[in-house]
Structures are given as structure tokens and as C-alpha cells.
Ligand binder design. Structure first.
Ligand code: SF4
Length: 298
């Protein structure tokens, strides 16, 4: 991808959301740090529900130390890996009190020494709390950077380095937010919403979702049950040639989008048999639904 295209991508994402904000509710660097640690492998929504009550009783390192691990657990028990996270939150609070005078440190080295804080979390805190132009690479940013061709890389560290290299300075402060929100709501994992994507003409992903599957993509985005299911293994590209059941044309061209293949296949079966499968009910929308949805979104 060339520099002009990259610039256009950021310009469009900025135009759609000029002042992006973290979706983790927080009122101080310390609250943000705790929310970020709790958000590993959890949704921002689930973290916000937990911290709404937690921060009323403990929103400083001193109060968290006083609350202790056993006192903290009931507030965060709805979040995955909560026991480990409770230990980390109390331990990092102790360290902030002991070594940083009760203030969240601003530098990467100190942040990464805190229990439960890795490079990605440090990047988020430095960017959101202290306005540093860091680019945290989570699963959404990693996917968008690779799919679009914006800054491909084999792991998050490589994507981060490449993004820092190719992102024009004026976009660097908000790049993380634009990319994460784009990945979370438009370029979703299993069936990206390409027909309504603001950068569809710039994105270099070869297997874009066709317009006819937009209602399915919308359903994917809205149904956590569907989102949470691991994709089935991809069928080998030569499965049809070897005499196994053929796949629909869109899926046959999509070696890198097994989820899209599965959803499309399920939808087709549902339409043919007049039934739908669990959370994929929206797949059975009446003919013309795709057209209406697209029209509404313009
Ligand atoms: S066109 Fe599709 S694959 Fe490309 S960024 Fe948009 S949603 Fe993602």
C-alpha cells in the first residue's frame, strides 16, 4: 500500500470520528490503568459494568490496597481470569504506592514493570491518559492493519513498529482509537461489513464481503453468541475438485475467510429449508432486506 492511500484511510476514519475516545470508562489515569488490566480477554462493556461499582469504593491505589484481593474479587467476578486480575490489580497498586508516590508512572519502562501490564496496556495508558502518540496493537488493530494492507506484520510487535513507521504524524495520537473502533464495529473478525465500510475502495483485502451478505455481517456484529463461536476449520480449496460437496461461489474464492464461508453456507441452508440456526436468525430476512439496510445506512 502506498503512502497516499494510507493517508486517505486515516483521513476517512478521522472524518467519521474526529474525536475518538476510549470505550473504557475512567476518570483518572489510575482508573484507566485498572480498567485496562481488567480488560484483557474481556469486553470493554463487561469491564465498565464491573468498574462502575468498584470505583465507588476503590479508585485510588491506596484504597485498592486496603480493599485487598478478597475484597476486590466480588466486584470483578463476572470478568474472565478475575482471580489473577485481582492479584495483579492489588499488586500493581502496592507498587504504585511504594515506588511512585501513589501516582501512575508515565514512562513505558515503569509501566511495564507493574504486575499485569504488558506493552499493549502500557501503550494504551501512555496514549489515553498522558497523550503520547503510541499505537497499541490489540486483536482488532492487528486484524485491520493486516487485512487492509495498511501495516502488515506477523505479530503485534511487528504491526506496531510498521504502524509507527507509516502513520503520518498528524494521525498518530488517535490512530489506535480509529483502528480499534473500525475493527470492533466495521471490519469485524468473521464477516467484515465491507459494503458499508468507509475505506472499501482503499482496503486491499482480497475477500471483501459482498453486498448480498451485509445483513449477515450486521447480525454477526450484533450477536455476541455468533461472535464468540470459534470459526470452523476452513475447507481445503481443492475440496470441490476432490469430489466433496461444493461451496457457494463467494466462499470458494475466499480461502482467508472461513467464517464468512460458514455463515454464508448456514444462511443458504436456512433459506433453502425455511429454517434458521440460533443467533443467525437475521440471515432469514426477507428478500430485499439487504437493499433496505444499505439504503438506510447511506
Ligand atoms: S473493506 Fe472490508 S475488509 Fe476492508 S477494511 Fe473495510 S470492512 Fe475491513
Amino acid at each position: 500500500m502506498n503512502a497516499a492511500k494510507r493517508r486517505l484511510i486515516f483521513e476517512r476514519l478521522r472524518a467519521a470520528n474526529p474525536n475518538p475516545r476510549s470505550e473504557l470508562e475512567h476518570g483518572s489515569p489510575y482508573e484507566l490503568l485498572v480498567a485496562v488490566v481488567l480488560s484483557a480477554q474481556a469486553t470493554d462493556k463487561s469491564v465498565n459494568i464491573a468498574t462502575e461499582k468498584l470505583f465507588k469504593v476503590a479508585n485510588t491505589p491506596q484504597a485498592m490496597v486496603k480493599l485487598g484481593v478478597e475484597g476486590l474479587i466480588p466486584y470483578i467476578a463476572s470478568i474472565g481470569l478475575y482471580r489473577n486480575k485481582a492479584k495483579n490489580v492489588v499488586a500493581l497498586s502496592e507498587m504504585i504506592v511504594r515506588e511512585h508516590g501513589g501516582e501512575v508512572p508515565r514512562d513505558r519502562e515503569s509501566l511495564e514493570k507493574l504486575p499485569g501490564v504488558g506493552r499493549k496496556s502500557a501503550n494504551v495508558v501512555m496514549n489515553v491518559a498522558f497523550g503520547e502518540p503510541t499505537i497499541a496493537v490489540d486483536t482488532h488493530v492487528f486484524r485491520v492493519a493486516n487485512r487492509t494492507g495498511l501495516a502488515p506484520g506477523k505479530d503485534p510487535a511487528e504491526v506496531e513498529q510498521n504502524l509507527l513507521k507509516v502513520t503520518p504524524e498528524e494521525f498518530r495520537l488517535n490512530a489506535h482509537h480509529w483502528l480499534i473502533l473500525h475493527g470492533r464495529y466495521t471490519c469485524i473478525a468473521r464477516l467484515p461489513k465491507c459494503p458499508v465500510c468507509p475505506i472499501v475502495d482503499l482496503c486491499e483485502f482480497k475477500h471483501k464481503t459482498p453486498g448480498a451478505l451485509l445483513p449477515l455481517a450486521e447480525a454477526e456484529a450484533e450477536h455476541p453468541m455468533v461472535k464468540g463461536k470459534p470459526p470452523k476449520p476452513a475447507v481445503a480449496p481443492d475440496a470441490t475438485a476432490s469430489g466433496k460437496r461444493g461451496r457457494p461461489p463467494v466462499a470458494a474464492t475466499s480461502a482467508r475467510a472461513p467464517a464468512a464461508q460458514n455463515v454464508a453456507s448456514t444462511a443458504r441452508k436456512g433459506r433453502l429449508s425455511g429454517t434458521t440456526v440460533g443467533a443467525r436468525k437475521p440471515a432469514a430476512a426477507p428478500r430485499g432486506a439487504a437493499k433496505r439496510t444499505r439504503t438506510n445506512q447511506r
